[in-house]
Design a protein around this ligand. Structure first.
Ligand SMILES: Cc1ncc(COP(=O)(O)O)c(C=O)c1O
Length: 474
């Protein structure tokens, strides 16, 4: 007798992961959407139903084969975690018990876990003191909420900063002359949040970055003056920890000095690099973060959870409390119920049990284990840099600070050729890498997310790039 459907799928996933880890599958074999839809038989399944343990392979095999295989050591692409088994278990539990937790009574255990995990993150930022599982509100401590992604966390930060500087804006709307200073290399989600919040894109006052996308704090004053002279009311400054393209950190402490001197809200976008806080060795990259007002920190990038699990953290718990003002009599009605609701503090209404994913990883690895993981990924990336930088036919524009590394193959000429090289490389199926343009030059880009990616993997990558380069010619 065949296993029932869920067990069958679990077994297929076990094999899928094993094959990927051994490098026996391709990373990604791109096909056109109509080919994929036909191979999986999607329309037929939707119309007719009847998927069961006996026929599920007809769907599951093409589904898994044609996925992006991020367990493969050659997956060195986007900043997406190779998820820890603990996180997958949490996803599975949530998929069964489905306790969305905008209100405590719809997910008491998930709510408690989120609060404790958030307290733990706040502690790492220097914004929480005392037992992380203490539920007595200490007004000295910060506060935070988990969100479905760093983009929502950045949006929440913009709304909190706006509420702080212009408390009437929730009711009266946003003044039309506001200004947000952010490095030219800011992730697009922040600029998007500014428009969503009603400030308009003209509110973005971009501060100069160096040729490697790093904010130059000595130019902040000039950016501020230009904005003020143009009639803007600047109320917020954002810095990257780290930048998306190069993985280099903005000088947080110096930006904090600037913000303090002008009494401006300081946001740190640590979506990717906030996890450096977990390692004594890498923590100095985040120096000054405790002087910020808010911090975005994704667990689904460097803390090994599946997408999504992000946090928006606030130094001052009052900031979180005044971000949103909502009446919804069917869920929020008074203060005398058991527990606490996160709904009033998040963009989302129905919200997944995000904290459980991070909890499960921590519960298996411990916080020290998580720190060791971050250190390994950062350190491995520096080793890969040393290897690539030592080659005569490759150029690395900088020594990496995090696990993001850019380089180009000099055997081909020009930006378009690096892109063509990537296309050829991906088509061979053994590697998945991304690209980034830095200061007008197109580079190949690695995010070293996979603990199984080794020096040998990167050596093989270089050899394969040379082959692809030969195919293109210079
Ligand atoms: C610096 C930075 N901020 C924000 C984001 C957006 O985060 P998410 O993809 O979780 O929405 C990213 C994503 O790469 C990022 O690198």
């Amino acid at each position: 007798m065949r296993n029932p459907l869920p067990e069958h799928v679990l077994e297929a996933l076990r094999l899928y992961r094993k094959e990927g880890e051994l490098g026996d599958s391709h990373c990604l074999m791109q096909k056109d959407p109509d080919v994929l839809a036909a191979e999986m038989g999607i329309a037929k399944w939707i119309r007719e139903g009847g998927l069961n343990a006996d026929n599920v392979d007809g769907f599951l095999t093409p589904y898994l084969e044609n996925s992006q295989h991020i367990h493969h050591p050659g997956y060195i692409g986007h900043q997406v975690a190779v998820p820890h088994t603990g996180s997958a278990i949490a996803d599975m539990i949530h998929g069964v018990i489905n306790n969305p937790m905008a209100v405590y009574e719809m997910g008491p255990t998930a709510s408690v876990i989120e609060r404790v995990v958030v307290n733990w993150m706040l502690e790492k930022a220097g914004w929480f003191h005392g037992p992380i599982d203490g539920f007595e509100q200490n007004p000295e401590n910060g506060a935070g909420v988990l969100t479905h992604g760093g983009s929502l966390a950045n949006l929440t930060a913009v709304l909190a900063a706006r509420a702080h500087a212009f408390p009437n804006s929730w009711r009266e709307g946003t003044p039309q002359n506001l200004g947000v200073i952010a490095p030219a290399a800011t992730h697009y989600s922040l600029a998007r949040a500014v428009s969503i919040a009603g400030l308009g894109q003209d509110a973005m006052c971009y501060a100069p970055v160096n040729t490697l996308d790093v904010l130059q704090p000595e130019h902040l004053e000039a950016t501020y003056r230009t904005a003020i002279d143009a009639g803007k009311q600047v109320f917020m400054v954002s810095a990257n920890a780290c930048t998306t393209a190069t993985g280099l950190y903005d000088p947080i402490d110096e930006v904090a000095d600037f913000c303090a001197s002008h009494n401006l809200w300081f946001h740190v976008d640590g979506a990717h690099g906030g996890s450096a806080l977990l390692s004594a060795k890498e923590r100095p990259l985040m120096k000054g973060v405790s002087r910020a007002d808010s911090l975005t920190w994704d667990a689904h990038k460097m803390m090994r959870t599946s997408a999504l699990c992000a946090a928006i953290l606030f130094k001052d718990q009052g900031s979180m409390a005044s971000t949103f003002h909502q009446d919804a009599s069917y869920i929020f009605y008074g203060e005398d119920q058991i527990g606490f609701d996160v709904g009033p503090y998040a963009v989302e209404c129905t919200k997944s049990a995000l904290g459980a994913k991070l909890f499960w990883v921590l519960a298996i690895e411990g916080e020290a284990g998580m720190g060791t993981f971050i250190e390994k990924q950062y350190e491995d990336t520096r080793k890969f840099y040393a290897l690539i930088d030592a080659q005569d036919d490759f150029t690395c524009p900088y020594r990496p600070e995090a696990n993001i590394l850019c380089f180009k193959y000099d055997g081909v000429d020009g930006n378009a050729a690096q892109l063509a090289l990537r296309e050829n490389l991906l088509a061979r199926g053994n590697f998945y890498v991304t690209t980034a343009e830095i200061n007008g030059v197109r580079y190949l880009r690695l995010s070293v997310m996979n603990p199984l990616t080794t020096l040998d993997t990167v050596q093989n990558l270089l050899d394969e790039i040379r082959l692809c380069g030969d195919a293109i010619g210079s």
